[in-house]
Design a binder for this molecule. Sequence first.
Ligand code: ADP
Length: 635
Amino acid sequence: MFIAKGEIDMSKKQFRAESKRMLDLMINSVYTHKEIFLRELISNASDAIDKIYYKALMDDAVSFDKANYYIKIYTDKQNRVLQISDTGIGMTKEELDSNLGVIAKSGSLAFKKENEIKDGHDIIGQFGVGFYSAFMVADKITVISKALGSDEAYKWESTGVEGYTMSVADKDTVGTDIIIKIKEDTEDEKYDEYLDEYRIKAIIKKYSDFIRYPIKMDISGKRLKEGSEEEYEDYIEEQIINSMVPIWKKNKNELIPEDYENFYMEKRYGFDKPLKHIHISVEGAFSYNAILFIPAEAPYDFYTKEYEKGLELYANGVMIMNKCSDLLPDFFSFVKGMVDSEDLSLNISREMLQHDRQLKLIAKNIKSKIRNELDNILQNDREKYEQFYKSFGRQLKYGLYSDFGSNKETLKELIMFYSSKEKKMVTLNEYVSRMPEEQKYIYYASGESNERIEKMPQTELIADKGYEILYFTDDVDEFAIKMLMNYQEKEFKSVSSNDLGIDTAENDESSDKNKQDNLDLFDYMKNKLSDKVKDVRASKRLKNHPVCLANEGELSIEMEKILSAMPNNAEMKADKILEININHDVFKSLKDAYDNDKDKLALYTELLYNQALLIEGLSISDPVEFTNNICKIMK
Ligand code: ADP
C-alpha cells in the first residue's frame, strides 16, 4: 500500500505470538536490573555503526569520516522522553518489520520451560533479550530509521502487546533514533531515574564504557557567568561519556574482572557469568589481541547441530566477521570472544581467510592458550574446573575421538571420569599415579549412571582387589578411550572384558579344574542359547552375584547399545560370554538339573541369560516368556 509522507498507516500489525509473550513479560517485569535495557540499545547501535563503518571502508561510494560515527543520548524530563540515536546503518521498512516485529531469540523462549518464565526474571537475566527489554521502562517506543542507500525513512511505533504501526517519517540522515516514552513512577518502581542525566551517565559508564564509538550526551546546568561572582547562566555542553578504548587494547592490569564480565554481556557472548576470561596480547612475527571467554554454562543449543562456533574477527579495529570458525577447533567450540589483528587485510574474503597463513598461526596460538588456561584451572581451581567440565567435558571427549585421534595429546590431560574410589571426578593422571604396582590396566565400567554402574556384578573382583574403576556414563566415553588406547603406557580395560588381567593363581587352577569338571554342563547351556552367546564359562570375577555377561573382541556391549540406538543402526552385536558363579548356590541347582532334569536346566539357562541381559541394561527379547518362566519355578 502506498503511504504518503507523514501519513500514518493506522492498520496495526500484530507481533508474532512468541514476541507477544516476551513483550508481555517485559511490560510487567519485576526484574530489578531494568537499567540493562540501555546496554542492549547501545549495543545494537554500536553493531549498526560497525556495519556502516565496515561498508564505508570497503566502498568508496560511502563517505568515511570517523567523526560521523557516534551514539547520542537525549533526555527530556518534561515529556518523559529518553532518546538513543545512532549514525549506524539504519533499517529499511522491511527490516523494521522483520527485526522488531519478532523477537530474535525465540529459541531462548522455547528453551525455557513454561513455569520458569512466569515472571520473565530468568529470561531477562540470562538472555538479555535485546531491543524488547526497553519495554521494561517504556509506555511507548518509537523507532525512526533511515537505511543506508534508501531514500525514505520509516517510523515504527508500539505501545505494547496490541501491536505496532509503521509509517513514512522525516529523517535526513542515515541511522536510527529510538525514542522511549518512560513510564510514570509507581509506588514500587521508580522510572524517573532513566530521565536523570547523571544516572544515565553512570549506567553507560558501568555497562558500555568500552563501546568504540563516542556515546555523547548534552549535559546542562548552571554555572557562574564569566567574570561574575554571583550571576549564574544556563549552559549546555556535549560530553563524551565512555572511554572508547576497546577493552582488548587496554592494558591487562588496568582492568578488573567486572570489566570483562560487562564486555561479555555487552557483546552478548552469553547470558551467564563467564567462568574465566583469557586476555591475549601477542607482538612479534604476527601480532594480535584477543579476549576470550570460557562460559560457565553450555548454551541451550550447544550440543545440537544448530550451534555455531566461532570468534569475532577484527582487522585493525574493524569487525570483518562475526563468527570466524577457523579460529577455533571443534573441541574448544564453547569458547566465545574476539580477535583483533593488525596484520589482516580488511577486504579479505571468507575463502581467502581460510588459507591465510596469519590466521592459521593465530588459530594455533589461540588453541594452545586455551589449552593451557584449562590446565591452569585444573591445577589451581579444581572446583571451577569441575564446573567447567560439567558443561563442556563431553565436548573435550568428542575432541579426543574425532579426527582419528589427532588431538589426543592436546586433550588427554584435560579429561576426567567419575572414580569408584574417590567418589568424584578424577583425571587419568591421578588414576595412574595411585595404581598399585601389580595393577596392569586402567579399569573402567560403562553404564547409564554412576548408581547403576556401582551395582554391576562385573566390578566385584576388581573392587575386591581394591582397584579403582572409572565410570563411563557418556555415549562418547568408550569410543574416546579406544582412540586414546593407553595412558602413560597403561591400557584401558573394561570390567566386562573377558580377560581382566588379574592374576589369581589358586583361583585360576581351581576354576580351570572346575571348568573341566563342568564342561558338559556349560556346553549344554551354550547349545541351548545357541547364537545368543559365544560361550558359557565359570566366572573368575563374580563374588556374590550368580551371573553376568562378559565380552570378547573390539565391540563392547555398551557400544552395541549406542550403535543400535543410532538412526541407521548396522545391527552390530558384541561377542557375549555368559559367566556363571560356580560358588553360588544357584550353580548347585544347575548341576542338579543337569543330572536329573534337562527341561529344568533349559528353563534355568534361559532365566539366567535374561537376568544377565537385564543387569546389563539390555532388553530381553520376550519379556512375557521371561515372566512366565519365573512363575513356573515359583509353583
Ligand atoms: P539482537 O540484537 O540480539 O539481534 P534485538 O531484538 O536487540 O536482537 O535486535 C533485533 C535486530 O534489529 C538486530 O539484530 C538488528 O538487525 C536490528 N537493530 C536493532 N537495533 C538497531 C539499530 N539501532 N540500528 C540498526 N539495526 C538495529
